[in-house]
Design a protein. Structure first.
Length: 357
């Protein structure tokens, strides 16, 4: 409470000015160091995620930070160390299984390395929108960017990467310009077709993903090539949009073809629609028609029947993305080329020999 002095001027309670000054100054690294009983250099190492700090000391420093409400100044740290410890992630959609699980893995492994991610959604997959996302990178404090894309829109002639920002691309054919990390789409498709042919099916029908999807293109090409290598006829492709609804529509067409005994579907969601369509048309899986999917989503084993599918290791894709982009940050050397993550076929109850086989 204020009071008047002898000359009528208002006086503040003793210590009020010091308290106000303390609030203005905020908590410094030196304050944390004094409370924790360590050097300011040790506090700096803890705040930047430096590995060379013993666990007990790190916990002691973190406890002091929490008690004092200390938050490291990222801008000052960037000036001192030459990096923001932030990775930008550009992606078109979070609705697909692959994108959401890959993003989750990127965020997890980035955090383990002491980095955070800044998400930059693009929306509709157009060159203009992608260009706008890269332009925004110049306004953000990021050291690197990971592009999760399903179309090859990364046109080097129109997309300008901000100076010093390193790039890794997921699911693309841009390996001649950037480092690409991808699932081995072609080998996964080959495993699916080999499995069905090995069961005795004369040929394999295919429900493909969208035409503009690089992953869909790779899977369809490997399906066709594998059939040709075995001298088998290549049925007409049925195309969907990754959704169960589009798989259902394709499945209705397939159910009406008595020659169709085996189907390779480009993802598990569409495979779910195919299973429902076959059931609705009285075609039993796998007695009449065998079905193989792609992705091995968490619920694939709960389908009726449990779905045989190609397993994608999204966690490994995310880990390798972070590893590759941080390697470029550390060395300052841009990388090109493609890293492929292996797939494996998970055999469940939706595949069997053909009728009479």
């Amino acid at each position: 409470m204020s009071r008047s002095g002898p000359d009528g001027a208002t006086q503040e309670p003793a210590g009020a000015g010091r308290r106000r000054a303390g609030r203005r100054r905020g908590v410094s690294m030196a304050d944390v160091a004094r409370l924790a009983g360590v050097s300011a250099q040790t506090v700096s190492r803890v705040s930047t995620g430096h590995p060379g700090v013993v666990d007990s000391t790190r916990e002691q420093v973190l406890a002091a930070m929490r008690q004092l409400g200390y938050r490291p100044n990222s801008a000052a740290r960037a000036l001192k160390y030459g990096e923001f410890r932030t990775i930008g992630v550009i992606l078109f959609t979070l609705s697909s299984t692959g994108n959401s699980r890959t993003l989750e893995a990127i965020a997890t492994h980035a955090a383990d390395a002491g980095y955070v991610i800044t998400l930059i959604p693009v929306g509709a997959p157009t060159q203009d929108r992608l260009l706008g996302a890269f332009t925004r990178l110049g306004e953000l404090a990021v050291d690197a960017v990971i592009v999760i894309m399903e179309v090859h829109l990364l046109d080097a002639a129109t997309v300008a990467v901000p100076p010093g920002v390193h790039v890794v691309v997921v699911d693309s054919d841009a390996g001649d310009r950037y480092r690409v990390v991808d699932t081995d789409q072609a080998d996964g498709a080959r495993q699916a077709v080999h499995h069905l042919l090995g069961l005795g099916h004369r040929t394999v029908w295919h429900v493909a993903g969208p035409r503009e999807s690089f992953a869909a293109q790779q899977r369809a090409l490997a399906w066709r090539t594998t059939l040709q290598e075995h001298g088998r006829p290549t049925p007409q492709v049925h195309r969907g949009d990754w959704s169960a609804e589009s798989g259902y529509r394709a499945g209705l067409d397939l159910a009406g073809d008595p020659d169709c005994t085996a189907v390779f579907v480009a993802n598990d969601q569409m495979a779910l629609g195919v299973l429902r369509a076959l059931h609705d048309r009285g075609r039993s899986v796998p007695r009449d028609v065998s079905v193989v999917g792609f992705d091995d989503i968490a619920d694939a084993g709960a389908f009726i029947p449990p779905l045989t599918t190609v397993h994608q290791d999204f966690a490994e894709v995310g880990r390798r993305c972070v590893e590759a982009v941080l390697r470029q940050v550390r060395t300052g050397v841009p990388e090109t080329g493609t890293t492929l993550v292996s797939t494996r076929l998970v055999v469940r109850e939706s595949t069997a020999p053909p009728p009479g086989g």
